[in-house]
Design a protein around this ligand. Structure first.
Ligand code: SAH
Length: 208
């Protein structure tokens, strides 16, 4: 790691020690993306603390360890086309942008659509398209996807997501309501959906 930022390097080391960051390529990307460009101006000093931070419209940028967990579970490959539900700050998409070919990120809140676009542009990320819309319907236009990543708490796995996912594709989503969800990893196979629970998490709710 040679980011030249001691706080960033400490965070990455902690995420590795705690087992959240596991693969070489994901570790290297955490070093490359400037999280300070994705938080509010007033929170820049906390950009490398391992907790969520408030952004606009009562939403949050996920804690770095949650971004690490989700990025690793998604098994990113360079050929992948990914759909993200909930662009928020754009940080999760920025991390993925260095690991996959193309990301479509849907965001329901107009203020956050602009926030994510501007942050991604400041970080010189070019392969993420932020689209305004309701992600519970997925994004028909660019289907099918190798991976789908839901970054807001969803009451259910919508059929639209499964139908827009490629065979053998992976869908990752915090399923549940209120303040607590289960992080579910679902693989679409010829025999049906393989589901695995990766434990408790707390995301802001999906809004429709
Ligand atoms: N991935 C983000 C964190 C997202 S927070 C990051 O890295 O910063 C969850 C986001 O989901 C919020 O921005 C919220 O506005 C958005 N969201 C909620 N309901 C949605 C919906 N139905 N469609 C698309 N986005 C939605």
């Amino acid at each position: 790691m040679t980011s030249g930022n001691p706080e960033k390097e400490r965070l990455i080391k902690n995420l590795m020690d705690q087992g959240y960051l596991r693969t070489k390529k994901v570790i290297s990307v955490f070093g490359k993306i400037p999280r300070e460009e994705f938080v509010m101006e007033s929170d820049r000093a906390f950009a490398y603390a391992d907790y969520p931070l408030s952004i606009l419209s009562g939403q949050t940028i996920s804690a770095p360890h949650m971004v690490a967990i989700m990025t690793e579970l998604l098994e990113p490959e360079t050929k992948d086309k990914v759909l993200e539900i909930g662009a928020g700050s754009g940080y999760q998409a920025a991390i993925l942008s260095k690991l996959v070919k193309k990301i479509y990120s849907i965001e329901v809140d107009p203020e956050l659509v602009s926030f994510a676009r501007s942050n991604l542009s400041k970080a010189s990320v070019k392969n993420v398209e932020v689209i305004m819309g309701d992600g519970s319907k997925g994004y028909e236009k660019a289907k099918p996807y190798d991976k789908i990543l839901v970054t807001c708490a969803t009451p259910e796995i919508f059929d639209s997501w499964i139908s827009q996912l490629k065979m053998n594709g992976i869908l990752l989503a915090p399923v549940g309501g209120g303040f607590y969800q289960e992080l579910m990893k679902i693989r679409k196979t010829k025999k049906g959906l393989e589901k695995k629970n990766h434990g408790g998490c707390a995301f802001v709710p999906l809004r429709t």
